[in-house]
Design a protein around this ligand. Sequence first.
Ligand code: NAD
Ligand code: ZN
Length: 719
Amino acid sequence: MPPRSTSSQNPVDHLTPDEARIEHQALGAEIKEHDRRYYEEDAPSVSDAEYDALRKRYEALEDQFPELKTPESLTQKVGSKVSEKFGKVRHRVPMLSLANAFADEEVEEFVERIRRFLQWKADAPLALTAEPKIDGLSLSLRYENGRLVSAATRGDGAVGEDVTNNARTVGDIPHRLKGSKVPDIFEVRGEVYLSHEDFAAINARQEAAGKALFANPRNAAAGSLRQLDPSITASRPLRFFAYAWGEVSAMPATTQSGMMECFKSFGLKVNPLTRRCTSVAEMLEHYHAIETDRANLGYDIDGVVYKVDDLSLQQRLGFVSRSPRWALAHKFPAQKAVTVLEDIEINVGRTGSLNPIARLKPVTVGGVVVSNATLHNEDYIKGIGGNGERIRSGVDVRIGDTVIINRAGDVIPKVLDVVLEKRPADAKPYEFPTTCPACGSHAVREVNPRTGKEDAVRRCTGGLICPAQARERLKHFVSRNAFDIEGMGEQRIDEFYEEGLVQRPQDIFTLQARNARSLKRLENREGWGETSAKNLFAAIEARRSIALNRFIFALGIPHTGETSARLLARHFGTFEHLRETAKAAADPASEAHAELTAIGGIGPVVAEAVVEFFKEGHNEEMLDALLGEVTVEPMEAPASGDSPVAGKTVVFTGSLEQMTREEAKAMAERLGAKVAGSVSKKTDIVVAGPGAGSKLDKAKEFDVQVMDEDGWFALVGRG
Ligand SMILES: NC(=O)c1ccc[n+]([C@@H]2O[C@H](COP(=O)([O-])OP(=O)(O)OC[C@H]3O[C@@H](n4cnc5c(N)ncnc54)[C@H](O)[C@@H]3O)[C@@H](O)[C@H]2O)c1
Ligand SMILES: [Zn+2]
């Protein structure tokens, strides 16, 4: 989802009060909707980072226009209203949120603010605890005389949902607290969460049962606790860490750290990474240590929480609207995470490229679990950039390394950097394979004849004998923007390929006929049935006729993406025309070659790839077979029927003065004309600027209409 426009709009101090009010209201409605999805349905539709950006803007509006900060404002509220499905529990002590910080400096400011507020002496130490911020959902447990009597979610902070029976099924939550020091009334608060391992198992079960998957462990934990049927909760191995309290009849300790010790002695789990710090430096050190160790914890955390240790000071500091003044959540950067690179695998792409993929210890980044990231190519792993320059100060990436990964929006996660201090002593430089892992052929880095430089990508030279390339080509062939065959997913292609049922594109269209004769019919197989086979064949039949641009794209010609495919389709109109020209263009001195390289938007690399593709005998065979099965629809000239040059072939020559060559081409094509690089019998118009040479002579020879730029504009107008 693209970031919302609001957050990138006018700076708030440029708004009029009216504009601010309208935006504040609209943003509020949007945030409320996200809150509902997140807190009530456990199924957010945007990442936390996107959500936080909306919140930030909302707060900025209130800072600039304080009249917007009414008691109804979302900045004064916590969480979301409770679901009607559950009984309600009124919290005797409200359950609040935490103030957030991202930068180290904000932590410094936080401690400074506290010191000022308390009028603390400059050189007197001030103790704060630092502990992981568990990414789960908070739960309040009420014990009376040591027995668990009720459990409630945070809800809107004042009223929560009664989940007592569900909480009783959580292993880490004792039904009885132990020891003689337990206060008569004791409300324990903490976080319910799921380990990565259990999260993966739950999602695997959901998938097997055909149910929706949870986006991340937090949503799964919340969805598991907030069940009407406690037996479902019981089947999910939820865990619990205690870190706070609500109503307490008699406090058993005087410090935050002392309370944690009490929790432990009462039989509750507390997080082992909690540390008491006496300086900002120590706090930040602990924060960074936890950040680097994040992937090894086995559960999600999204930051570190600092709390003033002395409870009497906490009391003096009190609260601001929805959070305590004595605590701060220092969040990890939203789009980056530190994790361990467990292995490097090589994927062979459809053009034979050996693509290195990092297998990672799973880590949640921006609300999504990431376990793979790209390492780009051989040089990137070595610490060499695209222009031969050093990247990451020349540090290479090794298996076993602790790495920093980045995932922004929909972009494929990348390995950005290495934490060298964490490198295991026995880690060895990675040896990039020089043979294809799929077919064993040599894998080489070609030297670009024009630049003399080695290609960054190593490619398998196996071509059609390489099963990995063949499979990837098939996957590309059936993909959404190509043939778009429903029911032919990646897994199915792999299966069909293994079995020899579909190994070349044309095989797809003979599948049904072969299946009818086969002894091992699809519809009789495990996991199949009459309907799924029928649906697949129907999906294939529906694609016996295909648009030219999709067809060209589906062929998977190297460097030829959707845009190039469309340009080629528009220029040639029919597949036969493209094929003839491309074959003739094998001779670099030919007219066809000139035509191909002159198509606006088609560069020399694509043109070369197209020529190579049609030169290849195997491709010829494939095309002949395929064209026996499918019909390629010709592409109509663009909708500019009444343009005087629609369908005509135009050549621009000489130095144009009123437009660049590119503009001229684009304009002619927009009007439905084809632009060629050389004059031939087929040429309709030559637009000649000063200095036009041999082309002008040729035009005369072929009796082609010649005009200057003014003539051109007189003909087509200036539009
Ligand atoms: N993606 C969405 O649509 C969406 C919607 C709403 C909220 N959110 C996300 O939820 C978060 C805001 O929610 P919030 O108000 O719960 O605030 P918060 O998560 O920033 O902080 C408060 C919470 O931290 C938890 N916590 C974990 N460990 C703790 C510890 N050791 N000590 C104290 N508290 C601890 C407690 O449950 C507490 O309620 C943001 O990260 C936001 O991005 C996302
Ligand atoms: Zn290969």
